[in-house]
Design a protein around this ligand. Structure first.
Ligand code: PMP
Ligand code: GLN
Length: 380
């Protein structure tokens, strides 16, 4: 069989988790919490199962969950999506991203990808027959930022989509209102669509506000806005997310969704709908993770790593150029095997060799896990 994705191997997250397990390292690589979700959420799933909510739900998701999602977006971002025609429940953000790309990108279309970029974007574009066009973020004293003039320069009459991600994996940077204004100016008067990957929407720190595309009517009118319950409720293994998009875009999304997964786990959808009626868990998330970020940053401050800002996500990037001149992937493997702390090389988020001496740690961990990692990192 001639591979449709000849350049794709096993993802860096799987590789580093396997190496961490083999070496007995503290795993700050792959992004997932090492603590459990609220037991009330698990109880809600069992309750739904016992209630007999175990058969196929409607294709787009159970109405109570779609209504809860629409109400939440309206409450937080003041944008009223119609739950019936504009919200679709997906098997995690990964499926939402793939489906949004498959339904909108044709052979020969160009998709602008801002690097470093989450690893599922480019293979999804390639499967759709599209061509990724890359623009690289810039790193300065304030961390990573998007050079919008370069994004504007990358637009051609073949540009179909621009992919954005804020809060951003892996850099922890967060787009501000001015960034969305710059993006709006670029797409105004064109047919360009946007995929806005907002899976870390509830992880923003130091009173930085998450600028959802939903807040920006002009952008929302041409966007697939994607989020994931896995991140928000500490259940990455449940694989439930959603896409919010204007009705004509949602209709095309659903045509592909219907023949991709058809629909998503019924009892979990009911449980999430019930659990979402209380906003406290997601409203408390910034403080919950900011404390962990600050604990981790305070510990790293006395090491030879140089800290980059982390305004959002549960990732902290560090510059290790004062410690080693190894390539990022080699350094991450060495750190895992010899120091006992797994990290992710930021170079894994670029399509071409790109070395900046930076690795990513995930701080969605119990305090004792973070302390154990810090003790080891302090030996460097
Ligand atoms: N986008 C980004 C930026 C992510 O970090 C992740 C999770 N690592 C995903 C999408 C995928 O989310 P899910 O697990 O819900 O498929
Ligand atoms: N999104 C997670 C990360 O960035 C990993 C998800 C995966 O393993 N595919 O670490």
């Amino acid at each position: 069989l001639q591979s449709k994705l000849p350049n794709v191997g096993t993802t860096i997250f799987t590789v580093m988790s396997a190496l961490a397990a083999e070496k007995g390292a503290v795993n700050l690589g792959q992004g997932f919490p090492d603590f459990d979700c609220d037991p009330a959420l698990v109880d809600a799933v069992t309750a739904a199962m016992k209630q007999g909510l175990n058969q196929y739900p409607p294709m787009a998701g159970v109405p109570v969950l779609r209504e809860a999602i629409a109400a939440k977006i309206d409450a937080l971002y003041a944008h009223a999506y119609d739950a019936a025609t504009e919200i679709t429940v997906t098997a995690g953000a990964t499926q939402a991203i793939l489906t949004a790309i498959l339904c909108s990108v044709r052979a020969g279309d160009e998709v602008i990808v801002i690097e470093p970029a989450y690893d599922s974007y480019v293979p999804a574009i390639e499967l759709s027959g599209g061509t990724p066009v890359f623009v690289q973020m810039e790193v300065g004293p304030d961390g990573y930022s998007v050079p919008w003039t370069k994004v504007a320069a990358a637009v051609t009459d073949r540009t179909r989509l621009i992919m954005i991600n804020s809060p951003h994996n892996p850099t922890g940077s967060v787009l501000r209102a001015a960034d969305l204004e710059a993006l709006a100016a670029i797409v105004r008067g064109t047919g360009i669509l946007i995929i806005s990957d907002e899976v870390y929407e509830h992880m923003v720190y130091d009173a930085v506000r998450h600028e959802s595309v939903c807040r920006h009517p002009e952008l929302a009118a041409r966007s697939f806005v994607i989020s994931s319950f896995g991140k928000t409720y500490h259940v990455t293994g449940w694989k439930v997310g959603y896409v919010a998009a204007p009705a004509p875009l949602s209709a095309e999304f659903r045509k592909v969704h219907q023949f991709n997964v058809f629909t998503v786990n019924t009892p979990v959808q009911h449980a999430l709908a019930r659990y979402m009626s209380d906003p406290a868990p997601y409203l408390e998330l910034p403080a919950f993770y900011q404390r962990k970020r600050d604990l981790f940053r305070a510990g790293l401050a006395s090491t030879r790593f140089k800290l980059l800002p982390s305004d959002g996500t549960y990732f902290q990037c560090v510059d290790y150029s004062g410690i080693s001149d190894m390539a990022e992937a080699d350094f991450a493997k060495w750190l895992t095997a010899e120091i006992g702390v797994a990290a992710i090389p930021v170079s894994a988020f670029y399509h071409r060799p790109h070395e900046s001496g930076i690795v990513r740690f995930c701080f969605a961990k119990r305090d004792e896990t973070l302390h154990r990692a810090l003790e080891r990192l302090a030996t460097l």
